[in-house]
Design a protein around this ligand. Structure first.
Ligand code: NOJ
Length: 741
């Protein structure tokens, strides 16, 4: 891109790079200064920078990942930080060594605190199913306090990769398929990790990852190529990053993928031009694990020197694990391939975050205060989060909730799961591995009030069907059967792509046989991605989707099964009928031949009905709701400072208390680039007693109705925009038309 665009809510102003004077992306005039940054602290960084030798500067660009490497680096190349080392005593010892270097520069200490440090919350995909950003915030507050007390200062979260790829295992770590939902969750999490002051003992520097486009690898295979249009990049993948920069996020991590031929780690457009210049990001960019080294197998660097040059030029400030920067930066400077200004800029960014964290004042933690167990408060927060993350996908004939006092056959390989309840990226903090979740079986036993049997029936992922007969007999002998099925924790997350996203192994056979034998069968699913559930839905009358619900997941599931709570989550991602539909997402663009059941020559499959099995925003409840009376404060969105409020009344029309998520979608029927058929721009989850009603209000601004065009310009086009309000992406009905001036 040779053009830069100054983002404007009132349209777009396109200016040449030269005219802006922003051609380098070096910090100095950030668009947004983080609230905790003070002039005094900036002075300290400048004074320090002025005293540093080149070797000391280059040393700050290194991020080691073992205690031994860190110790060795502090003695030789220098070291800016360490990650994946836990334990207050060990981290204090490393900080002590860092303070003994000439300028006594402390280490930044990173860890993948993704959905918990000691206390595991639901995986991020599950959290997004709550449609309640406070769930993510409560995870972040709890995790930050636990981790910081234990010597960690920096988390590699939130991941904000929008993804239309259920085959990709890392969909578990994000917030699903929608940029708006993802943005709301990512911002809530960022603010909660970082608090008002990073120097406080209960905060962590957050890291927006993976920058950018990682969620759309071809074929769903992790680390694979991403080819993305400019408009998709800016409308779909970048919005959460931009919003987190505006929220003051301290760091950003580059992604493993290429973006239209240019690896993210060598991508000056995305990092220098968009992130640092256009968004005004003034924290630092860290590579992903060996991401700089991987520029060699990507084939855009012939050796480590090239790789370091490309990374530094692109604006990746710190190199994780591999050591090309510390090995080659001096030579690159000598030959003029990189500039002193680029090095100084990277070091300044890193030192500023360390300073914001208060590390120059005190990098140590009190080992007596280290988090080694789960507090009652953390456990309660994890239980609330798990309860709010459950999605009821099917409930024929009121099978759920179950009555107490009846005999229950718990069947299925995950009935006694512990680690698999926690999901991917769990158990990394001190004390986490010694705190096991209550199993679904034990949680049911604790509240069912009747006899409970357990028969696994089969393993999660093998071909042995010999246990199925016993499971069928157990299900038949009981009043009801709870089938606990799904994926192990290791089947999603990093490097965990699946080509088939059905139930693994012979679990479907188990469900078919048990469902046929026991009409009162309820399937509970533990999984890290959308699964194809067409056959399961035909086999059983009820399905409760739990994703990987974390430490308190077993208890939360049992509470929901017995009606102690009422599931109110909604899907943050489409569940396809068949893997052949992938990518399938609600906010797909218009085609010239939209689906028409009566016309063969429209966009469709011959062998499948239209659309997913369960759509984005879908989820049932034990009660029922009605959304009505949608009204607009004005039917016109004016040109200057425009905003329109859309209000709707939601009423609980059933006999139980429950939650509904009211959702607002837009559609721009005529625009200069093809628009999504629906675009989420507002949601609110409400809890209502039977008969109770509430008014929910959404504010629409020009930012909501605008979009990025194929030149990455944010534009608001005068015309009509349709507004839809309802309870899922399919069930939202047209509430009116807004005229945009
Ligand atoms: C690789 C992963 O892609 C990234 O998400 C993680 O933060 C780093 N490894 C560090 O563990």
């Amino acid at each position: 891109m040779t053009q830069l665009t100054r983002r404007s809510l009132l349209g777009s102003t396109t200016v040449g790079a030269a005219a802006t004077g922003l051609s380098t992306g070096l910090i100095g005039t950030p668009a947004q200064a983080a609230p905790f940054r003070t002039a005094r602290r900036r002075d300290r960084v400048e004074r320090l920078l002025a005293r540093m030798t080149l070797a000391e500067k280059i040393g700050q660009l290194r991020l080691a990942n073992t205690a031994e490497d860190t110790e060795a680096a502090l003695r030789t190349t220098g070291c800016g930080g360490v990650f994946s080392v836990v334990g207050a005593a060990q981290l204090n010892a490393l900080q002590q060594q860092a303070l003994q270097t000439r300028l006594a520069i402390p280490l930044i200490v990173g860890l993948d605190v993704i959905h918990g440090y000691t206390t595991n919350f639901p995986i991020p995909l599950g959290q997004a199913a709550s449609w309640d950003p406070e769930v993510a915030a409560s995870d972040a507050r709890t995790s930050a306090a636990e981790a910081r007390r234990s010597g960690i200062t920096w988390t590699y979260a939130p991941m904000m990769d929008v993804s239309h790829e259920p085959r990709w295992g890392r969909i578990a770590e994000g917030n699903g398929e929608d940029p708006y939902l993802t943005t709301r969750f990512a911002v809530a999490k960022t603010k909660a990790y970082q608090g008002a002051d990073l120097a406080r003992p209960d905060t962590l520097a957050a890291c927006a990852k993976h920058y950018v486009g990682y969620g759309q690898p071809e074929g769903g295979r992790d680390y694979n190529t991403v080819d993305v249009s400019i408009q998709r990049l800016h409308n779909t993948y970048l919005p959460p990053f931009r919003a987190c920069v505006e929220a003051g996020i301290a760091t950003v991590m580059a992604s493993f993928n290429t973006i239209s031929g240019v690896p993210a780690h060598a991508n000056a457009y995305t990092i220098r031009e968009v992130l640092k210049q256009r968004y005004g990001f003034d924290g630092f960019v860290v590579s992903d694990y060996t991401g700089i080294q991987e520029l060699i197998p990507h084939g855009i660097a012939g050796n480590g020197t090239d790789a370091a040059r490309e990374g530094i030029r692109a604006g990746v400030d710190m190199e994780m694990t591999s050591t090309n920067y510390v090995e080659h930066a001096r030579d690159l400077l000598r030959t003029g391939a990189i500039s002193q200004r680029e090095i100084d800029d990277a070091v300044r960014r890193i030192l500023t975050v360390k300073d914001d964290l208060g590390l120059f004042d005190n990098p140590f933690v009190d080992p007596a205060g280290e988090t080694v167990s789960v507090s009652a408060q953390a456990r309660a927060a994890a239980r609330t989060a798990a309860a709010r993350s459950l999605v009821l996908l099917r409930n024929e004939n009121g099978v759920l909730p179950l009555s107490k006092g009846r005999t229950v056959a718990v069947v299925g390989p995950l009935g006694t799961a512990t680690y698999d309840l926690n999901g991917t990226w769990s158990g990394l903090g001190t004390g986490a591995s010694t705190t096991e979740p209550t199993t679904v079986l034990d949680a049911i036993k604790a509240i069912s009030g009747g006899s409970v049997t357990y028969t696994p029936g089969c393993a999660v992922d093998d071909t042995d069907t010999s246990g199925i007969d016993a499971a069928v007999a157990a299900a038949r002998a009981a009043d009801v059967c709870v089938l606990v099925l799904g994926e192990t924790a290791a089947m999603s997350g990093e490097a965990a792509a699946r080509s088939d996203i059905g139930l693994p192994g012979v679990q479907q056979q188990l469900a078919d046989r048990v469902g046929a034998a026991q009409p009162h069968t309820v399937a509970v699913l533990l999984n890290g991605r959308p699964l194809t559930l067409t056959q399961l839905a035909a086999a059983v009358p009820a399905i409760l989707e739990a994703f990987a619900p974390g430490l308190e997941g077993g208890n939360a599931i049992a509470d929901a099964l017995f009606g102690i709570t009422n599931p109110g989550g909604k899907l943050p991602v489409s569940f396809p009928r068949s893997v052949g539909q992938v990518p399938i997402y609600y906010n797909h663009e218009n085609t010239g031949r939209p689906y028409d059941p009566d016309n063969k020559y429209t966009s469709k499959y011959l062998d499948l009905p239209d659309g997913p099995l369960y759509e984005f925003g879908f989820g049932l409840s034990y009660t029922s709701f009605e959304v009505s009376g949608v009204r607009f404060s004005s039917d016109t969105l004016p040109r200057r400072h425009g905003r329109v409020t859309v209000a709707a009344t939601v009423r609980n029309t059933g006999a139980r208390a429950g939650d509904e998520v009211v959702q607002l979608y837009l559609h721009d029927p005529v625009a200069s680039i093809v628009q999504p058929v629906r675009r989420l721009r507002g949601f609110e989850r409400v809890t209502l007693a039977p008969g109770e009603q509430r008014t929910v209000r959404f504010t629409l601004t020009r930012e909501d109705v605008g979009f990025y065009d194929d030149q990455a310009r944010f534009i608001v086009e005068p015309g009509q925009v349709e507004v839809y309000v309802g309870t899922s992406s399919d069930q939202a009905t047209k509430a009116g038309v807004l005229t945009v001036r």
